[in-house]
Design a binder for this molecule. Structure first.
Ligand code: AMP
Ligand code: MG
Length: 378
């Protein structure tokens, strides 16, 4: 077991434990945000045939005078024109044999012949061209491209099924009655949404009390690919996730040099990868964003690395990367950042009031006017 590792090392250690890599075939209407599992080659040329890029007339550029002999719509069968002839043509309609130019509708039949308004067969893609590669996230444009290439179904990576467990005697599900000393449980909802965002299937479990036995029996009852817990991983007397994993599981790392989010652990429980996230709501979100997501779905980042000009001073942390919440915006072509709320790791509001975090190296603070590394949430 390694302790107090860097964020990069934490991801590296997690990557030594494989996640499921099964493939499934899905239709394009189910494909949004899924990750392609094999290269996809085009089944057709794109365009399939030379066609007009504009509404107008298909003409012969060598003709001085033209007579209109018909109309070609998109979807029309092949046609021909002879010397002195022109046909009306609509955008996307196949060029008639003998025509080599388009006259725009607004220029009139005897107007200027343009050879550049013809979209040539195969100018975008040739049949057999691999235009989407394994690992591609199926964005709306990628889905349209797969359809253009003639694929009705595509092979995608099966979604990892991730059990989400909150631990803590104080936690009460929203909607239920709060007792003295209890609080609403919030992490599991945010974590499930984060999992959906990166293409996993969250399996929300009931809150587990701070008891070694309950935790053990819950972990043993799970049917999932990955376990994500929150709470119970620090040094406290009732931090049973850490205690149980120490005694009966296998811990690969514990503690990461980041603030907030210091005490996460990663290991396996009966062979199933387990991420133990800290209970503080900001910590669990940020550990997920910085470490869990890059391990589970490296293809779908949750933040972009940017450089920002600080408008407020921010304090760093001894020996840890410091992730202060910042609001990033663009001002005169420059990304600038301000801080707006209390920064405590328990204040989830700070993750709503801000759209990014600083990436302050260990033992460094930054002043208003400094340009620093930051992460801008996607
Ligand atoms: P722990 O990591 O268990 O020591 O918890 C750290 C802090 O996070 C405590 O204030 C907990 O009450 C709080 N916390 C732990 N789990 C959750 C949760 N699922 N939802 C909201 N707050 C939590
Ligand atoms: Mg706890």
């Amino acid at each position: 077991m390694e302790t107090l590792v860097t964020i990069e090392r934490a991801i590296e250690i997690a990557r030594q434990t494989a996640i499921i890599n099964a493939s499934e075939s899905i239709t394009l209407s189910q494909a949004h945000n899924r990750i392609l599992h094999q290269d996809l080659a085009s089944k057709v040329d794109d365009p399939r045939f030379d066609n007009s890029a504009m509404d107008g007339w298909a003409v012969r550029s060598s003709d001085q005078e033209r007579v209109e002999i018909g109309t070609i719509a998109a979807g029309s069968p092949p046609s021909k024109i002879g010397v002195g002839e022109a046909t009306r043509i609509m955008t996307g309609a196949p060029m008639p044999e003998g025509a080599d130019a388009i006259v725009l509708i607004e220029d009139g039949l005897q107007g200027k012949a343009n050879t550049n308004f013809i979209r040539r067969r195969g100018e975008n893609l040739n049949k057999g061209t691999v235009a989407l590669r394994a690992g591609q996230v199926m964005t709306p444009a990628a889905i349209s491209l797969a359809a253009t290439m003639g694929h009705a179904t595509i092979p995608v990576r099966a979604k990892p099924r991730v059990a989400v467990i909150s631990t803590g005697d104080e936690l009460v599900t929203p909607g239920e009655k709060l007792g003295p000393g209890s609080i609403y449980e919030s992490n599991s909802y945010g974590l499930c949404a984060l999992l959906e965002k990166i293409g996993c299937t969250p399996l929300l479990q009931e809150v587990v009390a701070d008891s070694l036995e309950t935790l053990r029996s819950t972990l043993n009852s799970l049917d999932c690919d990955v376990i994500l817990t929150s709470g119970g991983v620090s040094m406290g007397e009732f931090d049973y996730v850490r205690k149980l994993m120490e005694k009966e599981g296998d811990i690969h790392f514990w503690k990461v040099a980041m603030r907030p989010g210091g005490p996460p652990l990663f290991g396996t429980w009966n062979g199933t990868p387990l991420f133990g996230l800290p209970g503080n709501p900001v910590s669990s979100h940020l550990v997920f964003t910085m470490i869990v997501a890059p391990w589970l779905s490296p293809e779908i980042p949750l933040a972009n690395n940017v450089r920002v000009l600080l408008k407020d001073s921010v304090k760093g942390a001894p020996n840890k990367v410091c992730l202060r919440r910042i609001q990033i915006s663009s001002e005169d072509g420059q990304l600038v950042a301000i801080t707006q709320t209390h920064q405590g790791s328990g204040n989830i509001h700070s993750m709503v009031a801000h759209n990014g975090v600083t990436f302050l190296p260990p033992n460094t603070s930054a002043n208003s006017g400094d340009i620093i590394d930051a992460l801008w949430f996607l």
